[in-house]
Design a binder for this molecule. Structure first.
Ligand SMILES: *Cc1c(COP(=O)(O)O)cnc(C)c1O
Length: 393
């Protein structure tokens, strides 16, 4: 069984490009060019150089000694929290902006929910001197003021999405509308392994640097490339896709994907897509999706804004349906407690998204000689107010 995308853009039965006809030329231009451009040695050289000198890669693979003692197993942290801008998202935006430049585009649009992808996009637009317009739900603009300020400082224009629930999916609709109206000069940077083909595959390839580095670093530290378990949280699924990518076909590696259970999987306030979702279409992709019986998208909930998404990328839907990956859901409370624990045990304050991945240590027992790699997707600075409110700090 293959866990990679096929020629038609599918992972098993998931994926594809379910888009309005007016979007077809844009997506088709990208589909025809993305592999050719990204395989070019000059693209690779520029991508690698920016990842090294601008993002700060390779990020360390850190052996967490105190945490390992506590859980009686060997735990390594992949430190994406040390990337420039504080999370893995910039790996993808660097890749896509280089692609946009080679396609001759000079106007960049993006959608953002919590603002993290908006900041990562505004950052690379500043780096390249390109115009940047970020669509963001009006409610999210109010909730995420610091990220809105960051985007503005970086020179981006933040346009409020005023329709529907005034959150991420409405911002996405506005971005798609913009792209339809500006097909020639505009490039749409999507922030996760979601959207119509080729986006999920393209974003997974850009993020796959994470597992490529894990292999090299683990070989150096442990004399073998493969861990026994690799764990990552899944919102749309880009940090997980990157952390899993080079292990997908390695049967000896157990893959664990962690979703946000919110207040509990059956509470009605959750974002655990694999448990609650059915096949549907979101953002141009056939995937697992939380929806009402008549197919309306359900509003997801998680304390962590980055996991608050009603679907998962098609790669993850296939990993779930095929049984290749184990899916575990973690509640708000479990994640918050682990965020505090990791801070006190290792001196690392994680993003609340990443704390979900760590909380698996409380649910599953690993052997004393097993190697567990946890993808620490981002740092917790952006979540300080949530930590303050939760723990009354
Ligand atoms: C955005 C974000 C996520 C969730 O997005 P994925 O595409 O699922 O990786 C996870 N962790 C952090 C720190 C984020 O900023």
């Amino acid at each position: 069984m293959s866990f990679h995308v096929n020629e038609k853009g599918y992972y098993g039965e998931f994926g594809g490009a379910y888009i309005p006809e007016m979007l077809y030329p844009n997506v088709e231009e990208l589909r025809q060019n993305y592999l050719k451009i990204t395989a070019d040695p000059s693209f690779q050289a520029e991508f690698d150089a920016l990842l090294k000198d601008y993002v700060g890669r390779p990020t360390p693979l850190y052996f967490a000694e105190r945490l390992s003692k506590k859980y009686n197993t060997k735990i390594y942290l992949k430190r994406e929290d040390l990337c420039h801008t504080g999370a893995h998202k910039v790996n993808n935006t660097i890749g896509q902006i280089l692609l946009a430049k080679r396609l001759g585009k000079n106007r960049i649009i993006a959608e953002t929910g919590a603002g993290q992808h908006g900041v990562a996009t505004a950052t690379v637009c500043a780096l390249m001197g390109l115009q940047c317009i970020v669509y963001m739900g009006e409610i999210d603009i109010k909730r995420q003021a610091p990220n809105v300020a960051r985007m503005k400082m970086l020179g981006a224009e933040v346009r409020p999405a005023l329709s529907g629930s005034k959150t991420l999916k409405d911002a996405t609709n506005e971005a798609i509308r913009d792209w339809i109206n500006n097909p020639v000069d505009t490039y749409y940077i999507i922030g996760s392994v979601v959207g119509p083909h080729p986006y999920p595959d393209m974003v997974a390839r850009f993020q796959s640097v994470i597992s490529a580095e894990i292999k090299t670093q683990l070989l150096e530290k442990e004399g073998r490339e493969n861990p026994d378990h690799v764990i990552a949280c899944v919102g749309g699924g880009s940090n997980a896709a990157g952390a899993f990518y080079h292990f997908l076909d390695e049967k000896d590696v157990n893959i664990i994907a962690v979703e946000a259970a919110g207040l509990g999987v059956d509470s009605g306030e959750s974002a655990a897509t694999s448990a609650l979702g059915k096949i549907g279409i979101i953002h141009g992709s056939k995937t697992l999706l939380m929806q009402t019986p008549d197919g309306q998208i359900t509003e997801p909930y998680s304390i962590s804004a980055g996991l608050d998404y009603p679907g998962v990328g098609p790669m993850h839907a296939h990993l779930f349906a095929s049984g290749r990956a184990e899916f575990i859901s973690i509640t708000d409370d479990e994640a918050m407690q682990f965020g505090l624990q990791l801070s006190k045990t290792e001196g690392i304050i994680p993003a609340i998204e990443s704390a979900h991945a760590f909380a698996v240590l409380e649910q599953k027992k690993f052997g004393p000689d097993e190697i567990v790699v946890i993808n620490l997707s981002g740092r917790g600075d952006k979540d300080l107010n949530t930590y303050i409110d939760y723990f009354k700090l």
